[in-house]
Design a protein around this ligand. Structure first.
Ligand code: PEP
Length: 247
């Protein structure tokens, strides 16, 4: 089974028009390399600015969306609005949404269901905190976060799972290829047991947490690592090397 390599860039709350022009320039100048899905997620306010300037072949994602289409939810955006702008992807359950903004599994799962029903594809983030890993709870935490969407019986053709250990995000402490592969393997087996062989074999599981141009190629060699979700390094020209990590 070959799963198409997937590289996402999460810009978080970074950038202004000038720096974004620089990112767009290196993305647009990059030669296509192999069969890779490339998706970048600018801050919401710059989505249209970025989408109008990026070359074909690079998709734009939102960093979040709410669980209903419209209404009295000040500050939120809906999947319907993202579709209206021509977007295909949304990141949900990022560790900063979970741990800075207090989003819980139920809410994130509801958002995922609604996004998929609205026609978006979802990058669904899961991952354990350092104290959870040290307490031997890595499997339990990741399985609990995964179970929240398994329970929803959603269309898995529209899901990419991002395994992002919280201790590796923005810290410079990347999971070793062996550590990442171990958890990716557990996730794949969990999908096999709880959903189906097909979903287990076909769902892309990408790694996020201090991925750089230097460590991407080794991580990309692991059998269950199907790409990356990249934060800090997605703002730099080296992102292009990460896109090409498996080529
Ligand atoms: C992220 O924000 O999803 C992320 C993985 O960040 P970084 O690559 O900076 O660790």
């Amino acid at each position: 089974m070959t799963r198409k390599f997937f590289v996402g860039g999460n810009w978080k709350m970074n950038g202004d028009k000038e720096s974004i022009d620089g990112i767009i320039a290196f993305l647009n100048q990059s030669a296509a390399c192999g069969d890779v899905d490339v998706v970048v997620a600018p801050p919401t306010i710059y989505i249209t600015y970025v989408k109008e300037r990026l070359r074909a072949g690079i998709e734009v994602a939102a960093q979040n969306s709410y669980k209903v289409a419209k209404g009295a939810f000040t500050g939120e955006i809906s999947p319907a609005m993202l579709k209206d702008l021509g977007l295909k992807w949304v990141i949900l359950g990022h560790s900063e949404r979970r741990h800075v903004f207090g989003e819980k599994d139920d809410l994130i799962a509801d958002k995922a269901v609604h996004a998929i029903e609205s026609g978006l594809d979802v990058i669904y983030c899961i991952g354990e905190k350092l104290e959870e890993r040290e307490a031997g709870q890595t499997k339990e935490v990741n399985f609990r976060q995964l179970q929240a969407i398994v329970d929803k019986n959603l269309d898995w053709n529209h899901v990419v799972i991002a395994y992002e250990p919280v201790w590796a995000i923005g810290t410079g402490k990347t999971a070793s290829p062996e550590q990442a592969q171990e958890v990716h393997g557990w996730i794949r087996e969990y999908l096999r047991e709880k959903v189906s062989d097909k979903v287990s074999n076909e769902t892309r599981i990408i790694y996020g947490g201090s991925v750089t141009a230097e460590n991407a190629a080794e991580l990309a060699k692991k059998p269950d690592i199907d790409g990356f979700l990249v934060g800090g390094a997605s703002l730099k020209p080296d992102f292009v090397k990460i896109i090409c990590a498996r080529s």
